[in-house]
Design a protein around this ligand. Structure first.
Ligand code: ASP
Ligand code: MG
Length: 418
């Protein structure tokens, strides 16, 4: 019999009525002949509440104390509740269901508390239960270290738990039930003509997720791509039978017949631009700048350097997440004499808008279409960065929506699937 993993997010677990609806969807897949493992999130809002409790009890730093192993003990508890409730609901419906906590499975992780990575899921216990016909309910987000301490995977981590469980039990697919009915060409709140994609490749989804589309946790897509686990994203607000041919399948590029040149437009307002003016144009300067940022754990995204006309000096600009902007500026300011630049500028009113599509590899003129569409709307491009399947531009934040809509139209994304 084929195995299937079904994952329900926080909004699908928000109250007993929603848990009953999830249970009906699980029961239908079981009745259709699958062996089913379910991965659940905490009730929506619960994890935030638990994190806030740790703030109060911790060292009064005013923020969550990730890295403290007791932080994980507290925040992992939300998923224990929903796993138990779903298993009980299934039992009431006459199914043989059992919950298994992260430490019972076990879901073995690194010991980076608050941001642990899954290292291994020995499948024996899960498989024995599944083979005996039990529906196994596993709390997402949590794991255990080799020494037996509870860990959590970082916010949004239950997507990753689900994909990891699917890989461990060799499931045919991992179905992620959530509060949207699939992956869209862009955020429908910004562009009402956004279309649901029937299929998207792992690579495109990875870019979309890391560029700000919040449907799936980035790490879960990485894992699905590495383990070749097909993922389906679909709405949990349906009854059994209504979910056929719904959602979006995230799969290998080879399985997508109808390929689009551009599949989506992603955007992120969580950006800040830092410019260093008058850097000496000599060996080792960039290394000096970026080693300081790396030492402070600040993630740098786009980087541009340009030589000044005389050739002796250069200007350099880079982008960081907005919450890191102040720290990055302070670090640079402190190293001003050592690195030898003239001045620093920080601009937090920027946004990154990106187009993503595997078709870019084989089509010309994709960048030109993007730049022309933006210029026709009078939008100035401050920075450009590209990869094989993506082009990102940094623009004034005020034009984010305008840019997203212009690009959506320029690549005819409103016609996808019609
Ligand atoms: N409950 C956790 C969170 O809110 C994990 C998840 O739902 O994916 O981050
Ligand atoms: Mg989520």
């Amino acid at each position: 019999m084929t195995r299937l993993v079904m994952k329900f997010g926080g909004t699908s677990m928000a109250d007993l009525e929603r848990i009953r609806r999830a249970a009906r969807l699980v029961a239908a897949e079981y009745d259709a002949g699958h062996r089913v493992a379910v991965v659940v999130s905490a009730m929506s809002g619960k994890t935030n509440e638990l994190v806030a409790w740790t703030d109060g009890a911790g060292k009064a730093t005013g923020r969550a104390i990730e890295g403290d192993d007791e932080y994980d003990v507290v925040v992992a508890s939300g998923e224990q509740v929903t796993a138990g409730l779903l298993a009980m609901t299934l039992r009431n419906m006459g199914y043989d269901a059992i919950s298994m906590m992260g430490w019972q499975v076990p879901i073995l992780t690194s010991d980076v508390h608050g941001k642990a990575r899954i290292l291994d899921i020995p499948p024996a216990k899960l498989e024995t239960a599944l083979d005996a016909g039990q529906i196994v309910v596993v709390p997402g987000f949590q794991g255990v270290t080799e020494s037996g301490r509870i860990t959590t995977l970082g916010r949004g981590g239950s997507d990753t738990s689900a994909v990891a469980v699917a890989a461990a039990v060799k499931a045919i697919r991992c179905d992620i039930y959530t509060d949207v009915d699939g992956v869209y060409t862009t955020d429908p709140r910004v562009e009402s003509k956004a279309r649901r994609l029937k299929k998207i490749s792992f690579e495109e989804m990875l870019e979309m997720a890391s560029l700000g589309a919040k449907v799936l946790q980035t790490r879960s897509v990485e894992l699905a791509m590495g383990q070749r686990v097909p993922v389906r994203v679909l709405s949990s607000f349906v009854e059994p039978g209504e979910n056929i041919d719904q959602g979006t399948i995230v799969c290998d590029e080879d399985e997508i017949v109808e390929k689009h040149i551009v599949s989506g437009v992603a955007f992120s307002r969580d950006e800040a631009k830092i410019t260093l003016l008058g850097l000496p144009n000599k060996v080792g300067v960039s290394a000096a700048v970026f080693s300081k940022l790396a030492a402070a754990n600040i993630n740098v995204d786009m980087i541009v350097q340009s030589e000044k006309r005389s050739g002796e000096y250069a200007n350099q600009l880079f982008t960081v997440g907005r919450r890191d902007a102040q720290a990055a500026a302070e670090i640079m300011e402190a190293a001003k004499a050592e690195i030898g630049f003239d001045a620093i500028k920080v601009d937090e009113n920027v946004a990154k808008v990106s187009i993503v599509g595997v078709g870019m590899r084989s089509h010309t003129g994709v960048a030109e279409t993007m730049f022309r569409a933006l210029s026709e709307k009078g939008i100035n491009i401050q920075v450009i960065s590209t990869s094989e399947i993506k082009i990102s531009v940094l623009i004034d934040e005020a034009y984010t929506e305008l840019a997203v809509r212009a690009l959506h139209a320029a690549y005819d994304l409103d016609k996808i699937g019609q």
